[in-house]
Write a protein that binds this ligand. Structure first.
Ligand SMILES: *Cc1c(COP(=O)(O)O)cnc(C)c1O
Length: 366
């Protein structure tokens, strides 16, 4: 395996450790594309990365024009759900240099998801160097405007053409890129979920597998029909211990302390969550990762102890919550007073846009 990755490629004129076959488009779609006000995840760049896992190794590593896949109806992931993904963003600084935000964290989480779903891991060379070369080729697609970015979506799924229930022997690893505009999300109204469950101990909640998203669609749709933007997931047994909000980690400022559910097999280890904790600590704010009961929140609310509530995730970064409903209790918040959430969001954006020193070494240069 190692020898294979130490082959050099001629294409970029540099010595690379990964053997990638590169085919470029003849004419970029960017010529007919306006990088202003782009909806999330709707448009894709000129190229994609594709690799196949066969006989115990990753091969056919290619960067090629973005195009449909040819799959048989028997493709195992479509039936039995061995499918995982990641999400991160690339940015441009004032000098026009391109960076990816914390890709090594997403790389490690991708392999953690792969392990749980009984799928092969990818090497750091394939994931990181593959990403780096793909983003480099499509770097003109990174929007320069504030709050815009290039969203990076790696994914892997089982490709055996076989209906027997067993782990697939073959897999595809792909990376696609999508330019995204500013996410001017309105403050959210959230309903505490008391019937459905996203994650249970021993389950797959900590992994970024496709099925977690599939299972969340119906509860989210029902919440929307009742006028809420998302659900606040609770534990599978009592529906009282808080987990996550929609597909984001949740954070509170309670009596000047940042509180978020502790990690474990029912919580996804968000890179945004980790970045927020790191920044808050450096701002001198006390942070607690622990169990949080909905009754604690409603009790503290009565005493005016809940100062801020927000979701954390790559797509929207920080999403403020203006209303939380639990049974017949409605908690309302004036998000204009969420000064800590705003400060941490500003700080994160400054780091990502290269407006302040990258003291945490989070920006990976392309
Ligand atoms: C991806 C995801 C998050 C956010 O993780 P980030 O690394 O911050 O983008 C949170 N919860 C769930 C369930 C997720 O799938």
């Amino acid at each position: 395996m190692a020898d294979f990755y130490f082959l050099c490629i001629k294409f970029t004129g540099m010595t690379e450790v990964l053997d990638i076959n590169i085919t470029k488009v003849e004419r970029s779609k960017l010529n007919d594309f306006n990088l202003q006000n782009i909806p999330f995840g709707k448009y894709f760049t000129d190229h994609m990365l594709e690799a196949d896992y066969e006989n115990g190794e990753w091969k056919n590593i290619e960067i090629k024009p973005y195009q449909p896949l040819l799959l048989e109806p028997s493709t195992s992931a479509l039936h039995y759900g061995q499918a995982i993904f990641e999400g991160m963003k690339a940015f441009r600084n004032q000098k026009g240099e391109a960076f990816i935000f914390r890709p090594h964290d997403n790389f490690m989480r991708f392999n953690l998801s792969a392990q749980r779903m009984n799928m092969p891991e990818v090497s750091e060379e394939l994931f990181i160097e593959g990403l780096r070369q793909l983003v480099d080729i499509d770097k003109n697609w990174i929007p320069a405007q504030p709050d815009h970015s290039l969203y990076i979506r790696p994914l892997m799924f089982g490709t055996d053409n076989m209906l027997g229930v067993k782990p697939s022997d073959t897999y595809k690893f792909l990376v696609i890129l999508s330019p995204v505009g500013a996410f001017h999300a309105a403050p959210m109204k959230i309903a505490v979920e008391e019937k459905y469950t996203r994650a249970a101990p021993g389950g797959v909640g900590f992994s970024k597998n496709a099925g977690n998203y599939g299972a969340s669609m119906l509860p989210a749709t029902k919440a929307k029909q009742k006028g809420y933007d998302q659900v606040l997931w609770t534990d599978a047994f009592e529906h009282k211990w808080l987990q996550e909000v929609g597909m984001m980690n949740i954070g509170f400022i309670i009596n000047n302390v940042f509180v978020t559910p502790a990690l474990g097999d029912t919580i996804l280890n968000g890179v945004t969550r980790n970045s927020v904790i790191t920044i808050l600590k450096d701002m001198g704010i006390k942070t607690e990762e622990r169990r949080i009961n909905i009754d604690e929140i409603t009790e503290e609310y009565k005493k005016d102890g809940i100062q801020e509530i927000f979701g954390m995730g790559t797509a929207a970064v920080i999403s403020l919550i203006e209303e939380l409903k639990y049974k017949d209790i409605v908690l309302k918040f004036d998000t204009n007073n969420f000064t800590i959430a705003q400060k941490v969001k500003d700080k994160l954006n400054e780091i990502r846009n290269g407006l302040t020193d990258d003291v945490y070494n989070w920006m990976f240069k392309i």
